[in-house]
Ligand binder design. Structure first.
Ligand code: SF4
Length: 384
């Protein structure tokens, strides 16, 4: 009797952008459009997929996510070739396979959206960030508010599912501005939003400016006001705040991200991609590919780092990711993956957090109540 295949997702990292944004610390390099190695990169990704073929045995493909960088710079035919290779490499593909491509408004055209749709893409995630020109200029984005609105319209007309990224915490940003952006995005037919606070990362241009005292940022308490205001606006729309930074209309949750937050197995392909596959209870392997795109294209060694995860790491990861979601962390599923009771050794900390109202157990789920999400990082840290 054959066992049920393990649901597995695939993440493909596209490591280039038209320009590096001053706040971004993702593994991405600026590149001129003419220099993009469209087909070569597809070849390299397919070569890596081939090298990982043995790891895909007995797995069912659940979702594919093209992230970056800016995957909308990748020619749709090359991206489509990588996509076909990935679906063909699995013995089984789930009927509800979700295929998402991250896009920037500046590199999204209606024609490209149609070609991506033909290639089998069903969901776009668009890096809108704001619909206000002063904020877009502050963020150093290549698009303005007119292009952002046009991109949303082009995407929603051609693609069944569209998500938008929003950023909050730019200096001077008002609650009303954020609320109006949310309303306009929903009016455009978008049914999923990822809303992130602007954070100043050390190794970025904003990081240097901040250290030199040359960057004005919003005060800490402003972030909390904006976070809560966004939540009220989405709740008014009838959407669910299903993860700390993510909101969805009914049934529009990102299946790829939910799989990841629930500790599901995923394969990472491409320069700087991270993957993590389970190898039985209490054993998993996580790898990170070489972040240098040139080396990734030309050399056959893929991984820059490989890490063996044991029961403790698997449980800590499950707490860190699962407690970010509205359902929380499933105790039974985590025990099956870790081969160990996730509560063992942290009974006192869990009890204290429950007494303080920072945690609650509902059936098999351990979760952080909604009104404590702003304190989430500290609550999770106490359980480590
Ligand atoms: S477009 Fe996105 S990935 Fe590229 S530099 Fe800007 S924020 Fe980073």
């Amino acid at each position: 009797m054959s066992s049920e295949p393990t649901s597995t997702s695939v993440y493909i990292h596209f490591p280039w952008c038209a320009r590096k944004c001053p706040y971004c610390d993702f593994a991405t390099e600026p590149i001129r459009a003419e220099a993009l190695p469209h087909e070569e990169y597809a070849d390299a990704v397919l070569r890596e997929l081939d090298a990982r073929a043995a790891d895909l045995q007995g797995r069912a493909l659940k979702s594919i996510f093209f992230g970056g960088g800016t995957p909308s710079l990748w020619g749709p035919s090359a991206l489509g070739r990588a996509l076909r290779g990935i679906t063909g490499a699995f013995d089984r593909v789930r009927d509800d396979l979700e295929v998402t491509v991250e896009c920037n408004p500046s590199s999204l055209t209606r024609e490209n959206v149609a070609l991506l749709r033909e290639a089998g893409v069903g969901r776009l995630s668009i890096g809108v960030q704001s619909l206000r020109d002063p904020h877009l200029r502050f963020l150093g984005r290549l698009h303005d508010s007119v292009r952002a609105a046009a991109a949303l319209e082009e995407a929603t007309q051609e693609m069944p599912r569209v998500s938008a990224d929003l950023m909050f915490g730019m200096p001077g940003q008002t609650l009303e501005e954020l609320g109006e952006d949310i309303a306009r995005i929903a009016e455009a037919g978008v049914r999923h939003v990822s809303a992130y606070a602007l954070t100043i990362e050390e190794k970025t241009m904003f990081g240097s400016l901040h250290r030199a005292g040359k960057l004005r940022v919003a005060p800490e308490e402003r972030y909390a006001d904006l976070f809560e205001h966004a939540e009220r606006r989405f709740t008014d729309l009838g959407w669910t705040h299903y993860e700390v930074s993510n909101y969805a209309a009914e049934g529009e949750e990102s299946r790829h991200n939910l799989h990841y937050w629930r500790g599901g197995a995923y394969v990472g392909l491409g320069a700087a991609a991270v993957g993590c596959l389970d190898h039985g209870p209490g054993r998993a392997e996580r790898w990170r590919n070489d972040p240098n795109p040139q080396r990734y294209l030309t050399q056959r060694t893929l991984e820059a780092e490989v890490e063996e995860l044991g029961p403790d790491e698997i449980i800590r990861e499950a707490l860190m990711l699962g407690l970010r979601t509205v359902d929380g962390m499933n105790l039974v599923a985590t025990e099956m993956r870790a081969g160990q009771d996730p509560k063992a050794g942290r009974e006192r900390e869990i009890e204290r957090a429950i007494d303080n109202g920072n945690l609650e157990q509902v059936g098999d789920w351990l979760r952080v109540p909604h009104d404590r999400w702003l304190k989430l990082d500290g609550i999770v840290r106490d359980l480590f």
